[in-house]
Design a protein around this ligand. Structure first.
Ligand code: GDP
Ligand code: MG
Length: 384
């Protein structure tokens, strides 16, 4: 799960990590009021979307007066922001963060992620902040420093000093160490997958501040992170995926034309592969799960059909705990009045009964004997 910059900054602040003074607003009038309240002579207006690259895309702008703050907020709120990370469709901006502008002396990159290979949290730092870390990694990998944290002992002082030295903050090693430890505690406490401060800055006045913040959380830990779960912004997620999770379905929208209804994530992946092997493209990943009732299957059809790119539907069930006859009932219910070709492959528990239900329905359902046969027929049907 992702959250917005202003929410991540609130969390940083609650752990004692300095952020610029600012407030989130939903209208241009509120933006001007906040600018007045914050005081100062320069402000920054920042579009809040779940994507980075806003600086280059026009979603982070400096203002020299409250009128300019109003103007920028008016431009951004209600607009669609396209950045390198949003794709061509962009993201609608519903709110902006108004901050007192910081005077930057130096910009750094500071990040923490869970590294799967070492099974540890790794701290990543670079003196080349402000730009995409991927770009630095590709062009000047030696400019990136990593420190792996042993979960048994936690983050140690010498590691923080090493990082401080590697990015040219030796003379601030003590406050920097305190700050890194706070970051690490936040990361652990909240079940983060990623915590990125880019840029982390030293101001002309000599203060260290988190000027931008990005946080990602482990979905599987949300059950014990009530406060974090409340920060979820459904506007930033695919509405179909949100609806699916409400029905206990795992649905991920993709860009092909073959809609897939499958039980089990492994079989879903294999089905997608088989479609590609036979020259097609899956329109989605949909796992109806173990106990697929007829109702859940019907719901799955509704979801898949709400995608206009779907030209054929492939139902691929390998029933273990599931029962093919139940799935078949759902399929027959949903298939009445269907406008696109439907290919069904049923195997496993009660496969015979399931296939009989499909056959006896009198509906124009195409049966398939195995995965390859099903994929081939689905790809062919989606073409015509
Ligand atoms: P991103 O492009 O989505 O990562 O958004 P950032 O929050 O990182 O902002 C992009 C860039 O805008 C930063 O790297 C800074 O160079 C600049 N910027 C953001 N806030 C301020 C500020 O308060 N003062 C100044 N001078 N520049 C800022
Ligand atoms: Mg940034």
């Amino acid at each position: 799960m992702n959250i917005h910059e202003y929410q991540a900054k609130e969390l940083l602040k609650s752990y004692g990590i300095p952020i610029p003074p600012g407030e989130i607003v939903y209208s241009d009038r509120a933006a001007a009021r906040v600018a007045e309240e914050l005081g100062g002579t320069r402000w920054v207006v920042k579009a809040q979307i779940h994507a980075g690259g806003r600086g280059k895309g026009g979603g982070v702008k400096l203002a020299n007066g409250p009128e300019k703050v109003t103007e920028l907020a008016d431009q951004m709120i209600g607009s669609t922001l396209i950045t390198e990370q949003t794709g061509d469709t962009g993201r609608p901006v519903h709110r902006v963060l108004v901050e007192r502008a910081a005077r930057i002396d130096r910009e750094f990159y500071l990040g923490m992620i869970v590294d799967r290979v070492s099974q540890r949290i790794v701290i990543i730092a670079s003196a080349e902040g402000g730009v995409e870390i991927e770009q630095v990694a590709a062009e000047r990998p030696e400019a990136i420093h990593k420190e792996y944290v042993d979960p048994g002992v936690g983050l140690l002082d010498f590691q923080c000093r090493k990082i401080a030295t590697s990015i040219g903050l030796t003379n601030r090693a003590v406050p920097f160490t305190r700050l890194l430890k706070k970051m690490y505690r936040l990361f652990r406490d909240k079940d983060c997958l990623l915590l990125e401060i880019n840029p982390f800055i030293v101001t002309e006045e000599g203060d260290m501040i988190a000027l931008d913040a990005k946080m990602q959380f482990d979905d599987n830990a949300l059950y014990r992170q009530g406060e974090v779960a409340e920060l979820r912004d459904f506007d930033e997620e695919d509405p179909k995926e949100v609806e699916a999770s409400g029905h206990g379905l795992n649905y991920i929208a993709l860009d092909g034309s073959v809609g897939c209804i499958v039980n089990g994530a492994g079989l879903a992946m294999a089905t997608m592969d088989a479609i590609v092997v036979h020259g097609g493209r899956p329109a989605n990943f949909l796992d109806v799960g173990g106990g697929a009732s007829p109702e859940r299957v019907a719901e799955a059809f509704r979801l898949v059909l709400s995608d206009r790119n779907v030209k054929a539907i492939l139902v691929n069930i390998f029933a273990g705990i599931n029962r093919c006859d139940w799935v078949a009932q759902g399929v027959v219910q949903a298939a009445a009045g269907l406008k696109v070709p439907l290919i069904v492959r049923l195997a496993g528990t009660h496969a015979e009964q399931g296939n009989r239900i499909v056959r006896d329905s009198g509906l124009p359902i195409i049966s398939a004997s195995d995965l390859a046969d099903a994929a081939q027929k689905a790809v062919a049907a989606a073409r015509t």
